[in-house]
Write a protein that binds this ligand. Structure first.
Ligand code: ADP
Length: 173
């Protein structure tokens, strides 16, 4: 049984088995959560990302997929990098956003991680409307088959926290 927790704060301060990074497909760093994770986690994470680019992911990590590295100096064992879709008004990419959560949990299961912290993937620079991003995140994690027993959504500001809280409070069908 997976328990969902909501935290308002900085994901890089979480003590969990795995911290999920809203990465971009280059895996070589960016702004937002990605920048914060690399800044605080130190150079080991980027070194492993470079190795992944030189081996399995020569063309980058595809949207909707996930891959793990060490967590460097973070208070976690792994960082799971996932690439959210850029929001589009003309194309429904919600399947790819759901895939980020599902694939991250699948990678977590493969590692034996029991506690995982997620940011609001795609809800920053990638422009996904917050309420919808929260709905997809909560529904997908609730529906996932996983041995992870503690899923923590870590929301940076109050608006994001409230959007996720509204979804968690919604009665389940
Ligand atoms: P994306 O490119 O997938 O949209 P971003 O990093 O731009 O990713 O934003 C994703 C979400 O993470 C946004 O809601 C943003 O406010 C939030 N965020 C940014 N920094 C942090 C942090 N240190 N901890 C938790 N959430 C963060």
């Amino acid at each position: 049984m997976t328990t969902l927790h909501l935290v308002q704060g900085d994901i890089t301060e979480q003590g969990v088995d795995a911290i999920v990074n809203a990465a971009n497909s280059s895996l070589l760093g960016g702004g937002g959560v990605d920048g914060a994770i690399h800044r605080r986690g130190g150079p080991d994470i980027l070194a492993e990302c470079r190795e992944l680019r030189a081996s399995r992911y020569g063309k980058g990590l595809p949207t909707g997929q996930a891959v793990a590295t060490t967590a460097g100096r973070l208070d976690a064992r792994w960082v799971i990098h996932t690439v959210g879709p850029v929001f589009s008004r003309s194309e429904d990419r919600s399947g790819l956003l759901a895939s980020c959560y599902r694939e991250s949990l699948r990678v977590a299961d493969g590692l034996g991680a029991r506690s995982v912290a997620f940011p609001a993937v795609s809800a920053g620079v990638y422009g996904w409307p917050l309420e919808d991003a929260a709905r997809i995140a909560v529904a997908t994690v609730r529906g996932a088959q996983t041995a992870v027993d503690d899923v923590r959504f870590v929301l940076f500001d109050e608006r994001a926290y409230e959007a996720f809280a509204a979804q968690v409070r919604r009665p389940q069908p």
